[in-house]
Design a protein around this ligand. Structure first.
Ligand SMILES: N[C@@H](CCC(=O)N[C@@H](CS)C(=O)NCC(=O)O)C(=O)O
Length: 221
């Protein structure tokens, strides 16, 4: 078994938190952006993470996480109570369907280096959609130590890396951080980042994100 991911990847980091929390022995290969052309032989989507299992390749971070849970090793990151488990899955779906597509537009702007022409105005407009999505997610967050109850779950693995990515982006761009601006989300973020497995993965993401979000962005300000 082997996990392919990229430094700073919010989706790959979802699996990395889980692997650490469950103490799984899964070797990790860190690829660089852009992914090599021959990566299409591993994933037709040309996206990470990918989990190699006995010469086969599993795509999609949540599918990989559920597979690793189903192996039954280490502490479970799925709440035992069926309703809590459904809530965990709901939070992940809300993030994927209603938050991340907006954020992706910002990353595409940065990647295509359009910041100097249209960056600031466009980002401000997109941030309104990001804030609405955060309000939606906040509605379903437990007011406890983690997203669902008092133990780390796959919801935390999914939410914490992209929330961290957003705070880094805003700090580097010098714009208002919607994570800090939403009381429930910021409370959740500050509590959950203290989890040692989450903390380690966020620390590992930082230098990659700094590199990704710097450069052209500063030049355009
Ligand atoms: N839905 C996918 C999304 C994966 C994804 O967007 N991965 C990004 C990194 S966070 C990627 O591989 N980007 C490479 C590229 O855009 O070329 C999942 O959950 O695994």
């Amino acid at each position: 078994m082997k996990l392919y991911t990229m430094g700073g990847s919010r989706y790959g980091s979802r699996c990395l938190i889980q692997i650490a929390a469950k103490s799984l022995n899964v070797p990790v290969e860190l690829l660089s952006f852009p992914l090599p052309e021959n990566f299409a032989a591993i994933s037709p989507l040309k996206l990470v993470p990918v989990l190699e299992v006995d010469g086969n390749y599993l795509l999609e971070s949540q599918v990989i996480c559920e597979y690793l849970e189903d192996l039954g090793k280490g502490p479970s990151l799925r709440p035992e109570d069926p309703y809590d488990c459904a809530k965990m899955r709901l939070l992940i779906r809300l993030f994927e369907l209603y938050y991340d597509p907006h954020v992706l537009k910002i990353y595409h702007l940065i990647m295509s280096q359009q910041m100097s022409q249209q960056g600031p105005t466009t980002i401000t407009a997109i941030m309104e959609d990001v804030k609405s999505a955060l309000n939606l997610i906040a509605t379903y967050l437990d007011d406890q130590q983690y997203a669902v109850g008092n133990t780390l779950s796959l919801a935390d693995c999914a939410l914490m890396p992209p929330f961290f990515q957003m705070t880094m982006l805003c700090s580097i761009l010098g714009i208002d951080d919607p994570i800090a601006g939403q009381k429930t989300i910021s409370g959740y973020f500050e509590k959950t980042r203290r989890d040692p497995h989450v903390a380690q993965v966020l620390t590992d993401m930082e230098p990659y994100l700094r590199k990704l979000f710097s450069g052209d962005i500063h030049a355009s300000k």
